[in-house]
Design a protein around this ligand. Structure first.
Ligand SMILES: Nc1ncnc2c1ncn2[C@@H]1O[C@H](COP(=O)(O)OP(=O)(O)OP(=O)(O)O)[C@@H](O)[C@H]1O
Ligand SMILES: [Mg+2]
Length: 282
């Protein structure tokens, strides 16, 4: 096997219920229905620590439902999920509240409080969850805003900011509690190409600066191939294929090939160029 990373995936997966230096979140045979609507039917997935892990799939495939399980915002009908070896669905309410602080969430609409300033929005989680002094909170907020190119916006209201800036404020707020895992659900939807690039850079920058594991759901294929270390394809209620971005880009699976092509693959650039220029899979 020429690719050592691929080889290790095939031969070396450790038991999912033990902490592992490489795999941060591990999902096994996760099943979830809403009434008669079976959404996830045996999802197996490993998300890599410190990397950008992208989940792709058609609209309604169950991507948002899947990532809500990661922090136990939803409970499955069956299956297991471990974060650093912790069996998430076995936690009681108190342990769960503590556990959820590992996560930061950035949604499509930044979900800021319109009546609060940027500073107050970002300070909110710290006031809720810590006993830090006003001065400490203000320093942390200034640090996160500065890191995201938002220095000086503290006294502005969300309504005074552009969509891209609001997303960055949403990320700054997600970063104040120093999460280990940052989850982005369609962070670039509704942004123009330039603002999308800014959000991409912000995702990469936050990953590097704060050493977080990133989980990203996106429909923007150009953006996906700029940021993804790993990609998992959710299809037919399961993970059809998961691996390094370049491996998925070159997949010979007919569904993945069509999915990437239909999603505007010409924007992907050189990463997939060889694949796209070639013959479709048979
Ligand atoms: N709280 C809920 N109650 C009932 N059904 C739900 C709930 N949340 C999601 N669903 C259903 O689960 C399915 C998957 O939804 P989900 O939001 O995960 O899709 P998605 O892959 O994120 O799609 P999109 O790309 O459009 O955001 C849909 O059929 C949806 O109607
Ligand atoms: Mg969704």
């Amino acid at each position: 096997m020429a690719d050592p990373q691929l080889a290790s995936e095939i031969i070396g997966l450790s038991p999912p219920d033990k902490p592992d230096p490489r795999w941060h979140i591990r999902v096994r045979q996760l099943k979830k229905s809403f009434g008669p609507n079976l959404v996830l039917d045996g999802v197996d997935l490993d998300l890599e620590r410190g990397k950008v892990n992208v989940i792709l799939g058609a609209s309604g495939a169950g991507k948002s439902v899947l990532i809500k399980h990661f922090m136990c915002l939803l409970r499955p009908d069956s299956g297991n999920l471990w974060v650093d070896g912790t069996d998430v669905f076995s936690l009681d309410q108190k342990a769960l509240a503590q556990f959820r602080r590992k996560f930061g969430l950035v949604f499509q609409f930044a979900a800021l409080f319109d009546s609060l300033t940027v500073e107050e929005n970002c300070a909110f989680p710290l006031k809720e969850h810590t006993n830090k002094s006003k001065g400490e909170i203000s320093d942390i907020v200034a640090d996160r805003l500065g890191a995201l190119g938002l220095a000086g916006t503290q006294r502005k209201y969300p309504g005074e900011l552009s969509g891209g800036m609001r997303k960055r404020v949403g990320l700054a707020r997600a970063l104040v509690l120093e999460p280990e895992i940052l989850m982005y659900d369609e962070p670039t939807t509704g942004l123009d190409p330039l603002a999308t690039r800014n959000v991409d850079e912000m995702i990469l920058g936050a990953g590097e600066r704060y050493k977080v594991t990133s989980v990203v759901i996106s429909h923007d294929m150009a953006s996906v191939f700029r940021i993804a270390d790993r990609i998992a394809i959710l299809h037919n209620k399961r993970i059809l294929e998961a691996g390094p971005a370049e491996v998925i880009a070159a997949s010979r699976d007919p569904y993945i090939y069509e999915f990437l092509r239909a999603s505007g693959v010409s924007a992907i650039g050189k990463l997939a160029a060889g694949h796209l220029g070639g013959e479709p899979p048979t």
